[in-house]
Design a protein around this ligand. Structure first.
Ligand code: PHE
Ligand code: NA
Length: 502
């Protein structure tokens, strides 16, 4: 008897869940700076090209694999042929690693939503963040593994919330959370953007953001940055969209859904660019400096620049709650999609029911995540792991999967026919060209460039001790592949979903 895998009630709930996964920190704290630094208004061109030639085609590929083979990443890849199963496990392990540190960012954002009310960071947001995380930079990172109580508590809260949603299952947990949180996120974020637009200096920020630098278009790095942003932002090629589409009914329009998800995600990025640069324009004016000096991304933008803005702006508390609340909602709906990749894989392989699989996966993950990241090592670890996962993990896994599908198992014609069966519009040669040629080419070039960067070490993580990169970078990357291969060698249980009755 097979365990019930769970299912989405329909196409709409699936779309909400998929948008929930796609819209995340990448939209809010990554896109604005990437666009600004790579041509400003002119970035729209490489960005759209990347979306149409790689983002949406790979989204279709993920959907097709998950839906055609009706399984989690390892099960779906196993159904191509026996040896490709390890690709699925590789995707699962990458997702697992991301989830470990994503919880830390969520925990910070949760705390900062509360801190916003009385602007607890006082007048030096940078110093406060240092105290709050007690993060040790530089060579000090070698020694300390002390727990930071405030972070510890909020990480426990975050993981409990994740476990509850995951235990409720695909429709009552994941889909229900997305159907509530995504509209709420959109409303909160629009209010935030409109409020920011009316801050003094906002227009200068927008001018700086949209100012086109057409010369940038001849720079190969700008094009790579556009593809990189699209791959990360759409959460393609590491099992998420594949897993979600396996929960769809047989007769579902996949290509139409993919377009909705792809454009919703990009729309949210544009909105975030407008909101973030309005706020940065205000900050630059308040401090009497050029915009260029206040532009940052990631942790620095969210936890240092934004608190500063919140303190300086009229009714800053409202801006703060809206901003950090948006980070929590966007991050949480991405987090559950990442954890689902792992749960779904374990459930499929061992033929487990939902609740046991949820507990078997998420409790150990929560424990490891909390032990590693609620310590003074949290921030340095996050830095190094995030860099490696984004620049190598995701890119390498995507390159390998597109090459394997296109040339080694020759799955594209089958998948194309599958997409065309219920799709709103036909796809054919152009799609296959994007998946088989453009994507592997761009991904390959990105890998070479990041390796060059790493070797010449013009990178932020060179501030950490060498062993740190070795263990949490190289060793982690290699062990993920090795563990993936080992996992793929474990035989499937007879009651597992690989041996489906229908
Ligand atoms: N796509 C998400 C974003 O834009 C990021 C993400 C990464 C989501 C990994 C899930 C997993 O922020
Ligand atoms: Na995104």
């Amino acid at each position: 008897r097979r365990a019930d895998r769970g299912a989405f009630a329909g196409r709409t709930t699936f779309i909400f869940a998929a948008i929930g996964s796609a819209v995340g920190l990448g939209n809010i704290w990554r896109f604005p700076a990437v666009a600004y630094e790579n041509g400003g208004g002119a970035f729209i061109l490489p960005y759209l090209v990347a979306l149409l030639t790689a983002g949406i085609p790979l989204l279709f590929l993920d959907y097709a694999i998950g839906h055609r083979w009706r399984g989690s990443a390892p099960a779906a890849w196993r159904r191509f042929t026996r040896w490709t199963e390890f690709i699925g496990w590789w995707q699962v392990l990458i997702a697992l690693v991301i989830a470990l540190y994503y919880a830390l960012i969520l925990a910070w954002a949760t705390n900062y939503t509360i801190f916003s009310i009385d602007q607890r960071w006082g007048d030096d947001a940078g110093a406060f963040f240092g105290e709050y995380t007690q993060a040790l930079g530089g060579a000090d990172a070698t020694v300390a593994f002390d727990f930071v109580p405030a972070v510890l508590i909020s990480m426990i809260v975050v993981w409990l919330a994740v476990i509850v949603v995951m235990a409720l299952g695909v429709q009552r947990g994941i889909a229900a959370a997305s159907v509530i949180f995504i509209p709420l996120l959109i409303i909160m974020f629009i209010i935030l953007v409109v409020r920011s637009l009316f801050l003094p200096g906002a227009i200068d920020g927008l001018d700086a953001f949209f100012q086109p630098n057409w010369g940038a278009l001849t720079d190969a790095k700008v094009w790579i940055a556009a593809y990189g942003q699209i791959f990360f932002s759409l959460s393609v090629a590491f099992g998420i969209m594949l897993t979600y589409s396996s929960y769809l009914k047989k007769k579902t329009d996949l290509t139409g859904s993919g377009l909705v998800v792809g454009f919703a995600n990009s729309g949210f990025e544009l909105l975030a660019g407008i909101g973030v640069f309005s706020a940065l324009g205000f900050m630059a004016q308040a401090q009497g400096v050029a915009i260029d000096e206040v532009v940052t991304d990631g942790v620095g933008l969210a936890f240092i620049a934004f608190p500063t803005i919140i303190s300086e702006a009229p009714a800053g508390a409202i801006i703060g709650v809206l901003f950090f609340g948006s980070l929590v909602l966007a991050g949480f709906t991405s987090m559950i999609s990442i954890v689902e990749v792992v749960i779904s894989a374990v459930q499929d392989k061992f033929g487990m029911a939902r609740i046991p699989a949820t507990l078997a996966v998420s409790i150990p993950m929560a424990v490891v995540s909390i032990i590693l990241f609620s310590t003074t090592m949290g921030l340095p670890l996050l830095d190094v792991m995030d860099k490696w996962v984004n620049e190598y993990g995701i890119v390498a896994a995507a390159a390998v999967s597109t090459i394997v599908v296109s040339y080694l198992v020759r799955g594209l014609p089958t998948l194309r026919d599958h997409l065309n069966r219920y799709g709103t519009f036909p796809i054919g040669k152009i799609w296959m060209l994007c998946v088989a040629v453009i994507a592997p080419l761009v991904l390959g070039v990105s890998l070479v460039l990041s390796t060059y960067d790493l070797v010449t070490s013009e990178t932020t993580y060179s501030e950490y001790p060498g062993w740190f990169n070795l263990v949490f970078g190289w060793l982690m990357a290699i062990s993920l592949v090795v563990i993936a291969i080992l996992l793929s060698l474990i035989p499937w249980s007879r009651s597992s979903n690989l041996y489906k009755a229908d």
